[in-house]
Design a protein around this ligand. Structure first.
Ligand code: SAM
Length: 294
């Protein structure tokens, strides 16, 4: 019989596209092989159990999307069906502590907000590729993505975790403690913009390697400008929900969050201070790297 262990996660995310190849990101590396191996050895992965993904779509999606414009050479791009997303999830190495947090969160209102296991794995990998020591996350919720990052940070690493909801933070703290990473996480309870401004005022500009943005969508531009000051040259700013359940591409949808995200995506495309790549994973993540020549 079909099982559906991730109902909340998949309700909004199952019809979305998968990641594009990420090999080019390896060139970002300032990775130390020895420290990375040590950190990997401290994580215990278990293979994900088989599962079945439910789609919101009433019609089975085709396996590929074909570019209609001849200039793209009839390029075929993979389209994620529920079956294929099931397969992707079965290839994620999710540490047991993250799985427990995801399952506890699945019972809570807003559980669809947490990043998917494949996204969390990508975030953790980017942190490792960078050899990051200092990270920021904007929008913690119950802590799934922040825990994925904290788990791969070195013992001396620090994650500044910005969240306004104290109840969510209680759950996040419980899991940081259980995972033995509390000493790496510096929680900033309050409005994220205020927390980021105070980091700048404290003289921490250009001192962070990695930032992940997953809070109020209409504030993305403000978060981005502050984070661009806080992140060092070569550091990454990763932004979630840039495809906004596909609404950014639908001219019929013009609510304030969709318009904000559309404007934000346009701003990022035109911003010469960064290199950028929009990755169709989860609800869409854009990876930006701060350039030297700004
Ligand atoms: C999409 S959820 C974050 C999910 C999280 N990254 C995860 O994977 O579990 C967004 C979070 O941002 C928080 N948030 C929204 N606006 C905020 C603000 N202005 N300042 C701080 N936190 C905010 C919300 O309370 C919510 O917990």
């Amino acid at each position: 019989m079909a099982t559906r262990p991730f109902p909340s996660l998949l309700r909004l995310r199952s019809s979305l596209l998968p990641s594009t190849p990420l090999l080019a990101l390896l060139s970002l590396s300032s990775l130390s092989c020895r420290t990375t191996k040590r950190r990997l050895a401290s994580l215990h992965f278990v293979p994900s159990p088989p599962r079945t993904v439910r789609s919101l779509a009433t019609v089975t999606a085709p396996p590929v999307v074909v570019a209609e414009d001849d200039k793209y050479g009839r390029k075929q791009v993979i389209s994620v069906t529920p079956q294929l997303y099931d397969y992707i999830l079965s290839n994620v190495r999710e540490p047991p502590i993250l799985r427990e947090l995801r399952e506890e969160t699945a019972t809570m209102p807003g559980s669809q907000m947490q990043v998917s296991p494949d996204q969390a794995q990508l975030l953790a990998m980017l942190v490792q590729i960078l050899g990051a020591q200092r990270c920021i996350e904007v929008g913690i919720y119950t802590g799934y993505s922040s825990l994925a990052i904290a788990l791969v940070l070195p013992e001396s690493g620090r994650l500044v975790a910005c969240e306004r909801d104290v109840k969510c933070l209680e759950i996040a703290k419980k899991y940081y403690e259980r995972a033995g990473v509390s000493h790496k996480v510096d929680i900033k309870h309050g409005l994220a913009v205020e927390s980021l401004r105070s980091l700048i005022q404290n003289g921490e500009s250009c001192s962070f390697d990695f930032a992940f943005v997953d809070a109020e969508k209409r504030m993305y531009s403000e978060y981005f400008e502050l984070l661009l000051q806080l992140v060092r040259i070569g550091g990454l700013i990763v932004i979630d929900n840039v495809l906004w359940h596909g609404k950014v591409a639908d001219p019929q949808v013009n609510d304030s969050k969709t318009i904000s995200l559309r404007n934000f995506n346009r701003k990022i495309l035109e911003d010469k201070r960064i290199s950028t790549s929009m990755v169709p994973i989860g609800d869409g993540m854009t990876i930006c790297q701060k350039r030297a020549d700004i």
